[in-house]
Design a protein around this ligand. Structure first.
Ligand code: DX5
Ligand code: ZN
Length: 214
């Protein structure tokens, strides 16, 4: 069983509530919220107030992906704005363990993410401190990029290292490549353009699930 996590980065922000609702009614279990600060990545997206306003209307698992430097500064804001999972980047701070611990102190899940050039072995010192691993399959910063094929090896290596853990993959996943990503060992699948870039969001989610579980 896989979980689909549509990324609102590809939603239409002029009707964000409508898009979130379409994803939820279409059967998405998670909602992926991409937070970018223009420093850790070369793009700025959205902050906790926006997450807080959509929290009121949705029961999905809020899967907050912080692409910001020193994320410990914002754990409190996002936890209070309704995150169920907060994922930080290994590359974004010197106090990874402390930040993961702070996230868990709110009774929510802590995720740890690595960029495409960061090896899986870099995670080893933090095993046991996070509840989900997020493998970036594009350079973080923008939706709509192509899946980096070498990510498949990283997913396999991670699954061998962490047989029981949730492994999420983010970037360039669509109905054509989702099966390989799941077969390699991922069980939480982020999709931005492949969901919100489609006219029929519910069918897009259903197709991802069908192909992912085939
Ligand atoms: C990229 C973001 C992704 C992105 C995925 O930095 O973390 O979540 O929105 O979008 P697609 O699925 O279009 O690659
Ligand atoms: Zn993301």
């Amino acid at each position: 069983m896989i979980k689909i996590s549509p990324s609102i980065l590809s939603a239409d922000f002029s009707k964000l509530g409508f898009d979130v609702d379409r994803a939820e009614k279409g059967g998405a279990e998670y909602l992926h919220i991409d937070v970018m600060d223009g420093v850790f990545v070369p793009n700025i997206s959205l902050g906790a107030p926006i997450q807080k306003s959509i929290r009121k209307q949705s029961k999905m698992v809020f899967d907050t992906h912080l692409m910001i430097i020193d994320p410990i500064r914002y754990v409190d804001d996002f936890a209070k704005a309704g995150s169920d999972i907060i994922t930080i980047h290994l590359e974004s701070c010197d106090n990874v363990a402390e930040t993961l611990e702070k996230i868990r102190s709110y009774g929510i899940k802590a995720g740890l993410s690595i960029k495409p050039k960061t090896p899986v072995t870099a995670l080893k010192p933090f095993i046991g401190m996070f509840d989900m691993l997020l493998i970036m399959s594009v350079e973080p910063g923008f939706g709509g990029q192509s899946f980096i094929p070498e990510s498949l090896d990283k997913i396999r290596e991670s699954r061998a290292l962490l047989p029981e853990l949730d492994i999420e993959v983010d970037g360039g996943i669509n109905a054509d490549n989702i099966n390989e990503v799941v077969k390699a060992g991922a069980n939480v699948i982020v999709a931005g353009s492949a969901v919100f870039g489609k006219e029929d969001v519910a069918s897009a989610i259903a197709l991802l699930r069908k192909n992912g579980e085939a």
